[in-house]
Design a binder for this molecule. Sequence first.
Ligand code: ZN
Length: 182
Amino acid sequence: MVLSCNGAAVDQLYCRRVVQALSSEKIGNIRIVKINNGTVIDHIRAGHALEVLQILGITGKEGSIVTLAMNISSSRIGRKDIVKLEDRFLETPEVAMIALVAPEATINIIRDAKVVEKTRVELPDTLTDIVVCPNTRCITNKDREPITAKYQVISRKPIRLKCLYCWTIVEEDEIIHQFTER
Ligand code: ZN
């Protein structure tokens, strides 16, 4: 599935306006819009592109070009999604959150239609303050305690975190739920 949006809401699986590509790039049998400046998030696990957009708070109403390609064949990860964002660059906490829903993702920075930087997201062994501990009695959830949540990554596929304060295990579904319900 390939969707291109310009000014339209990326509303779950539907984009209302499909942009006619002025310049495009061939991926497999598919042509998708090239961007001049912005970010390409590639190698997103198939079916997770919409979560990446939600993490970034992108609704499509920003007015800049958003291109989504889902379930494209990839030699590296089988099937993948791609998100292309015109005029949008990522902050470090955003990259960390993307690493939790798309741990194989690569991030390409585009300037003047050229890739000027290509990095792979990295899920560190420990994470601080990105996820909320689901245990309401955990000390990290007490307002009076100035303690930030810390987690150890105990599994990467599926992603599973362990709270270093109460040892509660946070499953991948819970992480995605937290990121997309904000
Ligand atoms: Zn905890």
